[in-house]
Write a protein that binds this ligand. Structure first.
Ligand code: DGJ
Length: 746
């Protein structure tokens, strides 16, 4: 009869009488009581237990600190209708095919063809610190930073094992999860879907925050209500992409930048991904993220293991801003491996928007000389320097042929670079540093490489190899392609004084020969990144993919900076950079001052406004030809560089407080506070001129209420006054800006 509960369901229905049973101490990062598990951060608890009847893992809580599992077992019933108990529980590792009709985290095709799974708890163990993921980027830390719990599950029918790995970084209220599947049977199985993290939240109203975009329009912040059914997004481009970022946040409808609960989810992966948020018929919300199942179908032979990328989940009860700051410091300190992650960035000038493909060694040396004379510390030569038989003088030739163009550089590249690095930087004892652009994963059909190895490109049999920007994608899943890239770059980096590499990637993947190519490509790419970044630790690596097409935690593991967008218009950039900062640290953002009218939007803004916007990025620089600048603007560059060098350490290492958002205000503002709290810098913008209105008062955040702060070396106010009354400035006309320094008084 429909709806009559079984004895065990009756227990669930009557659970309210059971009271608070499972009590787990909240003092250590991981505590286990019987089969109840708790991951405890400074301001987070993540709790789950093993169900006595089903041996399934049942989620109890992900949110603010709690010291018990709550009403235990949770009240579920009465169970009536088609959805049985399994479809109403908060499950940690949900499958499809046994009555849970919601989005599954795991979907495996067994050797016999079945797609039913029944994983049951077997055992668990606790590991000090956090083991690295084999072949994949992952957060890291020692035993004082992070602790790890591994829960071992097994499906007796298919002989498939699943290990769920949970790590807790208590200081950042961050729980990191990944999953391993091992085929312990005798036949081949196929992994059709395996989310890195799946979490069920209780019945409550939620909103969802995400970053959408396109080329030159990355990081657009979108907030929407989580409604019944599945809503989500992802990438099928082969890369994390401009279109959607592998990040989302669930927030309560009343959560703001500075108040309320926010759960943030971020995938440490550079390939195609998927985010699914489902509000199911009973009102619970399931959130899952991982590798895109369309690009998986991963065959697993007997004894083989598949590992998912890891997902980072952060909880904040101090609004969206609190969530972002936790991600920022976690990623700066426990994700980016480069020693440059928290070092001041040399002000650079990149040749792309200034010269494009139109240069030779004389004009480039002249641009470098001008850069040095203005006080620029690092000169980056962008696209167009390579190709012998197929010179890269437009974008239709040369990719893959990583040898300097002898017509452009008759003395050879190392000699040319020597001439650049001999240049003295004005007003400093430094010599100019040199950086070089590569796009190693790509090939033009017009190249020697393609003629030698047409089989190295990604292609599906005899289907046409579709070109984007006149180029094809090398199959980086192939070891010979990985080795080619490693050796081509090593030859150049090992033979010249190159302190910076910009690694570009300018198209998506088409015609994959099999669904799992995307994941296999990523394993190959990470091997290449790991080898080169380890071999050349003194090189600053900048990631780029037509701007921010791969702004993701996977790239950040190896590269401390990423070019945020090809849109260098300062007004657009405020939105793009504020959006990107939802999850990624400002230290990682490349932001450059370019010429006006802007190449993408045709908008003209002052050099001061452009510079102030770009200074909010850790990797600040210029992307223009000083010879074509108005004299007045050019004359300001040395002062701009001095200001950028003053703010850079605070931006790179400090905490960012988004005080007002470009989506909501004509006066967007952000405050950066140094790690020790002794200094802060405020960026404050007016977008449109404002006639006959009161000037807004900007209330600061994050200061020490009891301390006194000197504002721009003049007046002194307490933190309380600055946070409760605020500061007021008058702006002048469209696109005006202020940079204000605060110094904490002793
Ligand atoms: C796309 C990048 O985003 C640009 O900055 C520039 O490097 C071009 N590629 C060069 O082709």
């Amino acid at each position: 009869m429909l709806g009559s509960p079984s004895p065990s369901r009756l227990a669930a229905v009557l659970a309210v009488t059971a009271g608070l049973v499972a009590s787990v101490g909240a003092t250590s990062p991981i505590s286990v009581s019987g089969k109840s598990f708790a991951l405890n951060g400074d301001n987070v608890s993540y709790r789950f237990h093993v169900d006595d009847d089903s041996s399934d893992l049942i989620g109890d809580h992900f949110g603010g600190p709690a010291t018990e599992d709550g009403i235990f077992p949770p009240i579920i019933g009465p169970i009536q209708g088609w959805v049985d108990l399994i479809g109403r529980q908060r499950r940690e590792f949900p499958d499809l095919g046994r009555g849970d009709f919601r989005t599954p985290a795991v979907h495996i095709k067994q050797s016999a063809g079945y797609t039913v799974s029944e994983f049951k708890y077997q055992s668990h163990n606790i590991v000090k610190g956090k083991p690295a993921l084999h072949g994949l980027p992952s957060t890291f830390g020692d035993a004082g930073d992070v602790s790890t719990l591994v829960v071992h599950m097994y499906d007796n029918y298919s002989s498939v094992a699943a290990d769920l790995t949970y790590s807790i970084f208590p200081k950042y209220d961050a729980v990191v999860r990944s999953v391993n599947i091992t085929n312990r049977g005798k036949g081949n199985i196929t992994i059709e879907k395996l989310a890195s993290l799946s979490v069920d939240l209780p019945y409550e109203e939620l909103d969802m925050l995400e970053l959408k975009g396109d080329w030159a329009r990355e990081g657009m912040r979108v907030r929407r209500k989580v409604d019944y059914g599945t809503q989500g997004f992802g990438s099928t481009t082969g890369y994390s992409s401009h279109l959607h970022n592998p990040f989302f946040s669930l927030i309560t409808p009343t959560t703001t930048e500075s108040q309320g609960e926010a759960w943030g989810f971020s995938l440490v992966y550079t390939g195609s991904f998927s985010v699914e948020v489902e509000k199911a018929s009973q009102g619970l919300t399931r959130a899952a993220l991982g590798v895109n199942p369309y690009q998986l179908s991963w065959p697993l032979g007997p004894g083989e293991t598949f590992t998912t990328p890891e997902a980072v989940a952060v909880f904040s009860n101090t609004g969206v801003g609190g969530m972002s700051r936790k991600f920022h410091s976690l990623y700066r300190k426990h994700l980016i491996k480069s020693k440059f992650a928290t070092q001041m960035h040399p002000v650079l000038l990149n040749s792309w928007e200034g010269l494009g493909f139109d240069y030779n060694d004389t004009t480039i040396l002249h641009l470098a000389q001008e850069s040095a004379d203005l006080g620029v510390k690092l000169f980056v030569l962008d696209d167009g320097w390579f190709g012998v038989k197929y010179p890269r003088i437009t974008d239709n030739a040369g990719l893959g042929d990583w040898v300097a163009n002898p017509t452009r550089f008759p003395q050879g590249l190392p000699e040319f670079i020597d001439n650049v690095t001999k240049l003295k930087v004005a007003n400093s004892s430094d010599h100019l540093q040199f950086g070089l652009w590569f796009e190693p994963e790509m090939v033009n059909p017009n190249s020697t490489l393609y003629h030698q190895h047409p089989d190295w490109v990604i292609h599906a049999g005899s289907y046409p190899r579709t070109l984007t920007r006149n180029q094809l994608v090398l199959n980086v899943a192939l070891p010979e392609v990985q080795n080619f890239i490693i050796e081509s770059l090593s030859n150049i980096l090992g033979n010249a004084s190159i302190s910076y590499v910009k690694w570009d990637n300018n198209r998506g993947i088409h015609e994959a020969p099999y669904p799992g190519l995307d994941y296999a490509y990523m394993l190959g790419l990470y091997r290449v990144f790991e080898t080169l970044s380890t071999r050349f630790p003194d090189v600053r690596w900048e990631g780029c993919a037509s701007g921010g097409g791969r702004f993701d935690p996977g790239v950040l593991q190896y590269f401390p900076h990423i070019w945020t967008s090809d849109d260098t218009d300062a007004v657009e950039r405020i939105r793009i950079q504020f959006g990107t900062s939802l999850v990624y640290p400002p230290s990682a953002m490349g932001a450059h001052v370019s010429a006006v009218p802007n190449g993408q939007t045709q908008r003209t803004t002052s050099i001061t406004f452009r510079a102030h916007v770009a200074m909010m990025g850790g990797s600040f620089g210029f992307e223009l030809n000083p010879a074509k600048m108005p004299d007045d603007d050019k004359a300001q560059i040395p002062d701009i560089i001095a200001l950028a060098e003053k703010v850079n350490p605070i931006v790179v290492k400090g905490d960012m407080w988004r005080l007002s958002l470009p989506e909501e205000s004509n006066w967007p503002a952000a405050l950066f506070i140094s790690e020790d709290g002794s200094q802060a810098v405020l960026f404050y913008f007016q977008i449109k001129a404002n006639i006959n209105n009161a000037w807004p008062v900007l209330r600061l955040q994050g200061l020490d209420a009891a301390a006194k702060y000197k504002i721009d070396g003049n007046q002194t106010f307490s933190g309380a006054t600055l946070m409760n009354i605020g500061l007021q400035y008058q702006f002048n006309g469209d696109y005006d800006s202020k940079v204000v320094f605060l110094e904490k008084q002793r």
